[in-house]
Design a protein around this ligand. Structure first.
Ligand SMILES: Nc1ncnc2c1ncn2[C@@H]1O[C@H](COP(=O)(O)OP(=O)(O)OP(=O)(O)O)[C@@H](O)[C@H]1O
Ligand code: SF4
Ligand SMILES: [Mg+2]
Length: 307
């Protein structure tokens, strides 16, 4: 799941997990299906059971997601005690194993330490250990590497990817970094103003981006060519700012920032729809088919689209 700050990624993830604060949050429409089961409107007890056991989440801010007054071992062990009925001793031993699994050195000692005693990267590993403790089928990682430096980011992504593969677990990775998703994601959903504006597999998204916003995101990061070099085009951030989600522009929400906007874009909301037969490629743009046909080297700043 990819999108700028404020595009609604975290709120969407919280809705899937069933932890959206309501009020102020309110779910007015839609559906969350997990293994065929509708979760919106499901019994809160059922939701609580699924959390941890079947789906777990790593939060954007690891420090505030951990309780500062308990050791990390205690916090991981709690799940084994309350969900698996383990003794405190066994649960703590399992917690140390989990820390070891996420490659925290000297896990047996560190299990007794408190969150503030860990570096940002190590804290994120603790969060991953906690999320994986009950062996969930789905892990949602909300910007798990944003606050970390580049080397540590890569290590955390490698760890997540490895665990995903070894466990056969689904991973929903939330990020504003196109480079990060490109490497690990099978399918990418681009979000704008609280909605998905493009959804397809990684190869199709790169080869034939259908939504001008996706194209804008691509132009704002360095692109690597087949030979491994960086293409010469200058980097261009998407102009303007994402809208406040309490004042979403009418018509296409992207129209105030879109170089291709026409009258119809101001008047009519473009729903997400299939735009490329046989490629499971969906986009929410009136002119998506044209952009797909033009491919990724279409200039991002063209002023007018006729028709
Ligand atoms: N579907 C929605 N409808 C109405 N408001 C929304 C919706 N989704 C998100 N919001 C509001 O928009 C704001 C930003 O949403 P959110 O925190 O999910 O963004 P984000 O993409 O996770 O941003 P960041 O990258 O900064 O973490 C929140 O204050 C939230 O209340
Ligand atoms: S519908 Fe119009 S404004 Fe929206 S992205 Fe497409 S061209 Fe741009
Ligand atoms: Mg967020």
């Amino acid at each position: 799941m990819l999108g700028e700050s404020g595009s609604g990624k975290s709120v969407t993830a919280q809705t899937v997990m069933g932890i959206l604060d309501a009020p102020p949050g309110r779910i007015t429409a839609g559906s969350v299906r997990f293994r065929g089961e509708e979760l919106l409107g499901a019994d809160p007890e059922r939701r609580r059971l699924l959390r941890g056991e079947s789906m777990a989440m790593i939060f954007q801010d690891a420090l505030s997601a951990l309780n500062p007054v308990y050791s990390v071992g205690f916090q991981i062990a709690e799940q084994f005690r309350f969900r698996r009925g383990m003794s405190r001793k066994d649960a703590t031993a399992r917690a140390a194993e989990m820390l070891d699994l996420v490659r925290i050195p000297n896990a047996k000692q560190r299990v007794k330490e408190y969150p503030h005693q860990f570096s940002g990267g190590m804290r994120q590993r603790v969060m991953i250990a906690m999320a994986l403790a009950l062996d969930p089928d789905l892990l949602i990682a909300d910007e798990p590497t944003t606050a970390l430096d580049v080397t540590v980011q890569a290590q955390i992504m490698d760890l997540l990817d490895e665990q995903r593969r070894e466990r056969g677990m689904g991973l929903i990775l939330i990020t504003h970094d196109l480079g990060v998703v490109a490497e690990v994601a099978d399918r990418i959903a681009v979000m704008y103003a609280g909605r998905i504006v493009e959804h397809t597999n990684a190869a199709t998204l790169y080869a034939r981006p259908a939504h001008p916003y996706t194209r804008g995101l691509m132009d704002s990061v360095p692109r690597v060519d087949d030979a491994g070099g960086v293409r010469g085009a200058p980097l261009r951030p998407v102009p303007g700012l994402p809208p406040s989600l309490t004042a979403i522009p009418r018509g296409c929400p992207f129209h105030p920032r879109c170089a291709y906007a026409q009258d119809v874009c101001v008047d009519e909301y473009p729903p997400l729809r299939e735009v490329e037969e046989g490629h499971a490629h969906e986009a929410a743009c009136h002119f998506a088919e044209r952009f797909v046909a033009e491919g990724p080297d279409r200039p991002a700043t063209q002023e007018v689209v006729s028709g």
